[in-house]
Write a protein that binds this ligand. Structure first.
Ligand SMILES: C[S@@+](CC[C@H](N)C(=O)[O-])C[C@H]1O[C@@H](n2cnc3c(N)ncnc32)[C@H](O)[C@@H]1O
Length: 258
């Protein structure tokens, strides 16, 4: 699902500013060993490498690594790219000084497994840093648009936006981390609400996948088109006549492994 569309075009246009936010908040320093989980095309990983760290960029979808390689080559950066499921990481315990995930590990449905894996691969006194959508922010409304058109979740699977709840994150990591959390926001922009919808339909894998699954039912495609455009019109916060703007809230999670 994530390999559909054009993730690098999507990320570069809408979320590329968030990698540096996470890398700076995590305090990445030269020489540190850093893991970026669900790296996509390397949003946080590339910035950690620019900061002088030795970086492993991992993701369930290795198709994304092609674009990541290109950016790294253009910038003269060397990273290791490893296919990996956030729920079952193929790395030794305590292998990393810093474990990052930018709007990424939240999409693995078994949250406790992800938290346990992040803690396992992080060194003692090391840092776990995540940037997660919040349940109160615009991402929740975005996911609600698509929920009726997706297969029901498996028993025990949890939705990504729960990772933006301070209480949920505290429960997942328990007493294993000293946690600091802060909320922030960023803005996604498009020429118009319709352009925003069209951009997601062309570039964002999960949205492309949902539309593909409806290809034989044109009335459902039309219904989803209307719901998606309504979301894009109602959530646009720009002044009339200006390009469309969408403000998404995130929870920045920084934890020191005790
Ligand atoms: C919204 S993208 C974020 C990518 C990147 N961190 C960024 O900031 O652009 C979500 C990423 O999570 C990855 N992903 C989804 N489920 C995963 C899992 N179980 N394990 C590892 N990666 C996963 C997808 O392949 C995708 O690259």
């Amino acid at each position: 699902m994530w390999s559909l569309g054009d993730y690098q075009t999507f990320a570069a246009q809408l979320v590329w500013e968030l990698g540096p936010v996470l890398v700076q908040a995590a305090g990445v320093r030269p020489g540190q060993r850093v893991l970026d989980i669900a790296t996509g095309t390397g949003n946080a990983a590339l910035r950690a490498a620019e900061a002088g760290a030795s970086v492993v960029a991992s993701d369930l979808t290795p198709e994304h690594f092609v674009a990541g390689h290109e950016v790294a080559r253009d910038k003269g950066l060397a990273l290791e790219w490893v296919e990996a499921d956030a729920e079952n990481l193929p790395f030794a315990g305590a292998a990393f000084d810093i474990v990052l995930s930018c709007l990424g590990a939240i999409f693995a449905p078994r949250h406790q497994r992800v938290a346990d894996e992040m803690v396992r691969v992080c060194k003692q006194r090391g840092t776990i840093a995540m940037l997660n959508f919040t349940p109160e922010g615009l991402a929740a409304a975005f996911f609600e648009v698509f929920a009726p058109y997706m297969p029901p979740p498996r028993a025990g699977d949890l939705p990504p936006i729960l990772w933006g709840s301070e209480d949920h994150v505290a429960r997942l990591f328990g007493k294993r981390l000293a946690l600091r959390t802060t909320r922030g926001s960023y803005v996604e922009r498009a020429r118009s609400p319709q352009a925003y919808v069209d951009f997601f339909k062309r570039t964002f894998g999960p949205v492309v996948a949902i539309y593909q699954s409806l290809a034989d039912t044109p009335q459902l495609v039309a219904e989803l088109d209307r719901a998606f455009l309504k979301f894009a019109e109602n959530s646009n916060t720009s002044a009339p006549g200006e390009p469309a703007e969408y403000r998404y809230e995130y929870l920045l999670v920084i934890g020191e492994k005790l």
